[in-house]
Design a protein around this ligand. Structure first.
Ligand SMILES: Nc1ncnc2c1ncn2[C@@H]1O[C@H](COP(=O)(O)OP(=O)(O)O)[C@@H](O)[C@H]1O
Ligand SMILES: [Mg+2]
Length: 412
C-alpha cells in the first residue's frame, strides 16, 4: 500500500515536498483552508507545483485540531504528518501525536513561537540572557518603556510573527515615533498585536539549519549567512558558512534546541553573532523558507525536504555527519527596489536564467504591479538562486544577476 504523507498547509519550500512524494510514489495529501493564501505567498510560476499533491483537502480551518482529525478518518492509515508552514507547526505537532505518527514536542513549538517566553526559558536555564518586555497594547508603549526603564537602542517586533512584518530597531525617540505612526494592526495569520521590546543585538545575522531525530540528536545541515537591509529585511543568503562565527552559532543552536526540549523535526534558528558569542533572534521549528531548502540541496547534494519526509517515515537514521560532505556553494539573493512604486520594467526571465550558474529565477511581482512595503520580505521583486564552486563564488554569481536586474528595471 502507498505511504500516505499529509501536509498541513505549505510554504514555498513545502511545494518541493509534494514533488518529492510524487517521485517516490507516496500518496501526498495537502490540507488547506485557503487557496488564496497560496496565491499571495508564492510566485505565480510555482503555483502549478501545488497540483503535484495526490489529493488536496479543503477544510474550514486548518488550525482546528478536531476538524483535522475528522478529515483524516477516511484514511485507513496515515504514515506521516508534516508542515513546512510556520503558521501550522503547532497544530501539526498535536495532530501527529493524536494520529500516532512521529511528532515534535508541541510545548517546544509553543515556546519557540513566543518570542518573549523563549528568552525567559533560555535565561532561566543559563543559556543566555537577552532582556525582553511584552507590550500588550501599542497605545501604552511609552508607559511600558518608562516603567521598565528601557534604553535605546532596542528592537521591537510582534510577539508572534513572521516575514519581518512589524520588526524594527529604535535608536531614538524619532524612530519610536515613526514606528508608532506606521504601526497598523496586521490581520495576517500568525502576526500578533502584542509586541516585544528586546535588547538590540549587534553582529552578523546567520541561520543554523538542523534536523532533529530524537532528544539531543541534532544533525546540523549547515550555517547560512544573511544579508539584510533596513536592519531587519532579509534579502539574501549563502551557504555553507564555515568559520568561527558558524561554529559559535552551531554550538548555541544545539544548546537552545536541548533547552526547549525540541525532540524531533527540522529547525531554522536565526542568531546574531559577535566576536564573543552567538545570541538568539528566533527559532522556527521547520525548514527554512524562501528558497532556503533549494540552497541547501544544491550545497549538500541531498534533498532536505526529502530527508524530513524520510525521517518522519522512519526511513532515515540519525547520523551527526549526514551533511558533512558539502559538494559546492549556493546562494539566493533578491532584487528590492530603492523606492516604493509601480514596476514599469523588468528584464526578460530567459536572459536571467541563462546567466552563469543561475539555477532558479522567481518573479515575485510582474510588470505594472505595485511594491508597497519595503520594510518586509514582501518587497522582494525578483529572487535568484545560484551555485558556485564555493559559497563566495555562488554569492558572487547571484549578485551579478541581481545587479543586472537592477540596471534593467524601472520602478516609479
Ligand atoms: N533583538 C534583535 N536585535 C537585532 N536585530 C533583530 C533582533 N530581533 C530581530 N532582529 C532582526 O529582525 C528580523 C526579523 O525578526 P525575527 O524575530 O526573525 O522575526 P520574523 O518572525 O518576522 O522573521 C531578524 O531577521 C533580524 O534581522
Ligand atoms: Mg526571522
Amino acid at each position: 500500500m502507498k505511504k500516505v504523507v499529509v501536509f498541513i498547509e505549505t510554504n514555498f519550500t513545502g511545494l518541493d515536498a509534494l514533488t518529492y512524494c510524487k517521485e517516490k510514489g507516496y500518496h501526498s495529501v495537502l490540507i488547506t483552508d485557503s487557496y488564496e493564501r497560496f496565491l499571495s505567498w508564492f510566485p505565480a510560476s510555482s503555483l502549478s507545483k501545488i497540483d503535484q499533491a495526490s489529493e488536496i483537502i479543503n477544510v474550514n480551518n486548518s488550525n482546528d485540531l478536531g476538524e483535522l482529525v475528522s478529515v483524516l478518518k477516511k484514511f485507513e492509515k496515515v504514515d506521516a504528518i508534516l508542515t513546512f508552514a510556520e503558521i501550522r507547526t503547532l497544530v501539526t505537532a498535536k495532530l501527529a501525536k493524536e494520529m500516532n505518527v512521529k511528532h515534535s514536542n508541541s510545548q517546544a513549538i509553543e515556546i519557540a513561537q513566543n518570542k518573549s517566553l523563549i528568552r525567559k526559558i533560555l535565561a532561566e536555564n543559563k543559556v543566555e540572557k537577552v532582556s525582553s518586555v511584552i507590550i500588550k497594547d501599542i497605545n501604552f508603549i511609552d508607559d511600558e518603556i518608562e516603567m521598565n526603564n528601557l534604553k535605546y537602542p532596542f528592537f521591537i517586533k510582534p510577539l508572534h510573527g513572521h516575514s519581518s512584518i512589524g520588526a524594527s530597531v529604535c535608536r531614538n525617540d524619532n524612530d519610536l515615533l515613526n514606528y508608532k505612526k506606521k504601526y497598523i494592526k496586521s490581520n495576517q495569520d500568525g502576526i500578533s498585536d502584542e509586541l516585544v521590546i528586546e535588547d538590540y543585538l549587534e553582529g552578523q545575522l546567520v541561520s543554523v539549519e538542523t534536523l532533529t531525530f530524537a532528544k539531543g540528536q541534532h544533525a546540523i545541515i549547515g550555517v547560512a549567512d544573511r544579508d539584510i537591509i533596513h536592519d531587519c529585511v532579509e534579502i539574501g543568503s549563502s551557504f555553507t558558512l564555515d568559520d568561527r562565527i558558524a561554529s559559535l552559532a552551531k554550538e548555541k543552536a544545539k544548546k537552545i534546541l536541548n533547552c526547549i526540549d525540541y525532540d524531533y523535526g527540522s529547525s531554522h534558528i536565526e542568531l546574531i553573532v559577535n566576536d564573543e558569542e552567538a545570541r538568539l533572534v528566533e527559532v522556527n521549528t521547520r525548514v527554512g523558507g524562501s528558497g532556503h531548502s533549494i540552497m541547501m540541496d544544491l550545497a549538500t547534494g541531498r534533498s532536505i525536504v526529502g530527508d524530513c519526509i524520510e525521517c518522519s517515515l522512519g526511513n532515515l537514521k540519525f547520523d551527526e555527519n549526514l551533511y558533512s560532505n558539502k559538494k559546492r556553494g549556493a546562494s539566493w539573493q533578491c532584487f528590492v527596489p530603492n523606492k516604493e512604486g509601480i514596476i514599469k520594467k523588468l528584464p526578460n526571465i530567459e536572459i536571467l536564467q541563462k546567466m552563469k550558474d543561475i539555477t532558479n529565477v522567481w518573479f515575485h511581482y510582474q510588470e505594472n504591479e505595485k511594491v508597497e512595503d519595503l520594510k518586509s520580505n514582501f518587497s522582494w521583486v525578483v529572487q535568484v538562486m545560484a551555485q558556485g564552486e564555493n559559497r563566495e563564488a555562488a554569492k558572487f554569481n547571484a549578485l551579478t544577476c541581481i545587479n543586472y536586474i537592477r540596471e534593467n528595471s524601472l520602478v516609479e
